[in-house]
Design a protein around this ligand. Structure first.
Ligand code: AMP
Ligand code: MG
Length: 401
């Protein structure tokens, strides 16, 4: 099919329109145990120094380092200091206190001798080795100073960040929540994986793939499964999903044929635009808002490769923006293309490929229905709109998947 370039909307303009509409989710306060995967909407500062007090880094003996000159030496042990000991202690010169890891350093001590350097005595201790002042002591504030920003706004909260938040005593944090994304596939020909295929049917793959892509992008996905090509059924399903969704992704039903339930169901609303974008795969695209809350809806084409590439180019940046992150496009690298390629005039091509070092090898089977090449690929070769032929050995731009 030929398209005059004026029919087609540039890829970059389609993305710009999407990003001009999609808003970051409103911040809310979450309990620490529910914050995994969310993005901080506040700078988190330390209310105290960490560690809050000087303490021992080892099990051993708190001493005055100068007393160990000429080791071995024998010192009387005046006390036992355990982690959690709430009574401040002190030692003087010529004395030692038995101390455990994490226990507060007694006043007057300036080093801890590890138990391995001693005879382990409890009334008195023989110390075999000298240590420097400061040895095996964790100084107050050596990790974090009171008032330090330990996690800036815009940080995605992973396990280590949960640890940091708890470590500065936070139980609740203000975050942009994980976007909840409903995924609806359309197609009367679609059979649920795990059920037998009837005549004319294929197994439904897009809702699974797109839900997984949402999760990889930091969102929470609800798969509504596949609906038939009846616009009423589609609209009912959409309605039911809207109550719990921050965004909706549909696949299929937006091309030029008959039985296009997404286009037929949404067009009358007037809030979703269906357009031809100057790309291959993925030319038929739709985007807009639905429902009282003006939820963004991405209506992606049904061919599996088209829907995946559309997700990477349009939905992922939008999901990042919803999380308050920069809507950065997938980064590109440059590589030498190992074979000759063709690309339609006036459309930007995204060809499935394998990147090895500086060489990129196009996959066999570039049809937009050919999942096998997509599943084997780890990169997309980007061929600009005005280029129709790439001789072997040309340096090309590549998106890593
Ligand atoms: P459509 O965009 O609905 O015209 O679909 C284009 C092509 O993609 C058709 O061959 C469909 O059978 C196929 N297709 C649509 N939706 C899915 C899906 N969810 N899983 C697998 N293939 C699909
Ligand atoms: Mg269809």
């Amino acid at each position: 099919m030929r398209h005059s370039p004026s029919d087609l909307k540039p890829v970059d303009r389609h993305l710009a329109d999407i990003l001009a509409t999609v808003r970051p989710l409103a911040p809310l306060e979450l309990d620490l145990e529910r914050a995994l995967g969310a993005v901080l909407a506040e700078d988190v500062t330390a209310p105290v120094d960490l560690p809050p007090f000087a303490n021992s880094a080892m099990d051993g003996y708190a001493v005055v380092a100068a007393d160990l000159a000429g080791a071995p030496v024998t010192l009387p042990v005046t006390e036992d200091v355990a982690a959690g000991d709430s009574v401040p202690r002190a030692i003087g010169p010529g004395l030692a206190a038995r101390i455990m890891t994490g226990a507060p350093l007694p006043a007057g001590a300036d080093a801890v001798v590890p138990v391995e350097y001693t005879d382990g005595g409890t009334a008195q201790v023989v110390i075999h080795k000298q240590v420097e002042p400061g040895a095996a002591i964790r100084r107050a504030g050596e990790d974090v100073r009171v008032g330090d920003v330990v996690l800036p706004a815009g940080t995605r909260i992973g396990a280590a960040q949960i640890g940091m938040l708890a470590g500065v005593g936070r139980r609740r944090v203000t975050v942009r929540p994980v976007p909840r994304v409903a995924v609806i596939s359309t197609g009367t020909e679609l059979a649920e994986p795990g059920t037998p295929l009837g005549y004319g049917q294929i197994w439904e793959s897009n809702s699974f793939m797109l839900a997984a892509a949402v999760r990889e992008a930091g969102g929470e996905a609800f798969r509504a499964g596949a609906v038939t090509d009846d616009p009423r059924v589609f609209m009912e399903t959409l309605d039911a999903q809207l109550v719990r969704a921050d965004a909706v992704i549909t696949s299929g039903g937006v091309s030029m044929g008959a039985y296009e339930p997404v286009k037929e169901g949404l067009s009358p609303l007037g809030t979703v635009r269906f357009e031809k974008v100057a790309m291959q795969p993925g030319m038929p695209q739709g985007f807009g808002v639905v429902g009282d809350d003006q939820i963004p809806i991405f209506t992606l084409p049904g061919n599996p490769v088209s829907s995946y590439v559309s997700f990477v180019l349009f939905v992922r940046p939008a999901l990042r923006q919803m999380q308050g992150l920069p809507a950065s496009l997938p980064g590109t690298v440059r590589a030498v293309c190992s074979s000759r390629l063709r690309s339609p005039q006036g459309r930007r091509s995204y060809l499935r490929a394998v990147l090895t070092g500086d060489t990129v090898t196009p996959a066999r089977g570039q049809g937009s229905h050919q999942l096998a090449a997509l599943a084997a690929a780890d990169a997309l070769i980007v061929i600009p709109e005005d280029v129709t032929e790439i001789p072997e050995g040309t340096t090309v731009e590549v998106i890593r998947l």
